[in-house]
Design a protein around this ligand. Structure first.
Ligand code: PEP
Length: 259
C-alpha cells in the first residue's frame, strides 16, 4: 500500500556554514516579502548556524509574514551539559526557540566522524528537550554503485529506532544520498521514492505511528525539480541546502509543496 501523505509537507532550509548578520537580514526580508501574499500550505523551517539563532528570532518579530517559518539548528550535543567545550546542548537550542535540529548530516558523519550510535544519541537529546530532530541518512556513491543503498539506509535508520524506541514517530527523517548533496546531481523521483518506500516499511515495522513520520528528500533539490520529487507518495518534504540561500528559489520550492 502506498503512503498517501495527507499531512502537511515540510520544506526545511539548511544554510550550512553560510550567512552573516547583513546577508541574513537581506535573505529574510526577501522571504518575508514573498510570503506576505502567498501563505504556504506546507510547514517551513530554516536551519541556521547557531550564532544567528537570536538574530533570526528577532527578524521574525520584525516581519510578521515570517511567523510561518520555524527555526532550526544544524547540530546538537548528545550531552545535556558540562565539560564539553564547543558543544551546544538541546536545552540551549530550546532557549533560542528552536523547533528543529538537523542531526547526522552527511557532512558531520564525514568530517566529524559521527557514528550511527552518536546520531541516535543526538536525536534522543533533541527529543528530550522537545525539539524535533531531522535525522539525515543516505548512501555514498560507492555504496550505491555496490548495490548497498538499502542496506546502508536501513542500518542508519535502525540505529535511530533502537536508540529512540516509541519516540521514533516524533522524528523527521531526511533521505539524502551523499552523491546528490551540493553536486547538482539529484536522485530521480523514482530512485528517491524507492528508498523512501523502504524507509516507510521499516518505520511501519517499528511503530504503528509510521504514517505520521515525515520523510524528506534532500540532495540538490531546486526550483525546477522540486515539484516532481514532492509528488512522490512517500516524499513528505525537502531538506534544501544551496537553494535555501536564494529567496526566489526557496519560495518556489515552498510553493511546490502542496499537501
Ligand atoms: C543539504 O545540505 O542537506 C543539501 C541537501 O544540500 P544541497 O541542497 O545543496 O544539495
Amino acid at each position: 500500500m502506498q503512503h498517501k501523505a495527507n499531512m502537511k509537507k515540510l520544506i526545511a532550509g539548511n544554510w550550512k556554514m553560510n550567512g552573516s548578520l547583513a546577508t541574513n537580514e537581506v535573505l529574510l526580508a526577501a522571504l518575508a516579502e514573498g510570503l506576505t501574499n502567498d501563505r504556504p500550505s506546507c510547514d517551513v523551517a530554516v536551519c541556521v548556524p547557531a550564532p544567528y539563532l537570536a538574530q533570526i528570532q528577532a527578524l521574525k518579530l520584525t516581519h510578521s509574514s515570517l511567523s510561518v517559518i520555524d527555526v532550526g539548528a544544524q547540530d546538537v550535543s548528545a550531552q545535556a551539559s558540562g565539560a564539553y567545550t564547543g558543544e551546544v546542548s538541546a536545552a540551549m537550542l530550546k532557549d533560542f526557540g528552536c523547533r528543529y535540529v538537523i542531526v547526522g548530516h552527511s557532512e558531520r558523519r564525514q568530517y566529524h566522524f559521527e557514528t550511527d550510535a552518536l546520531v541516535a544519541d543526538k536525536a534522543k537529546a533533541a527529543l528530550a528537550s522537545g525539539i524535533t530532530p531531522i535525522v539525515c541518512i543516505g548512501e555514498t556513491v560507492a555504496e550505491r554503485e555496490a548495490g548497498r543503498t538499502e542496506e546502508v539506509v536501513r542500518r542508519q535508520l535502525a540505529a535511530v529506532i533502537r536508540g529512540n524506541g516509541h519516540c521514533i514517530s516524533e522524528v523527521v527523517l531526511a533521505y539524502e544520498p551523499v552523491w546528490a548533496i551540493g553536486t547538482g546531481k539529484t536522485a530521480s523521483p523514482e530512485e528517491a521514492q524507492a528508498v523512501h518506500a523502504v524507509l516507510r516499511a521499516q518505520l511501519k515495522a517499528a511503530t504503528d505511528q509510521s504514517a505520521r513520520v515525515k520523510i524528506l528528500y534532500g540532495g540538490s533539490m531546486n526550483a525546477a525539480n522540486a515539484a516532481s520529487l514532492l509528488a512522490q507518495p512517500d516524499i513528505d518534504g525537502g531538506l534544501i541546502g544551496g537553494a535555501s540561500l536564494k529567496a526566489p528559489d526557496f519560495l518556489k520550492i515552498i510553493a511546490a509543496a502542496h499537501v
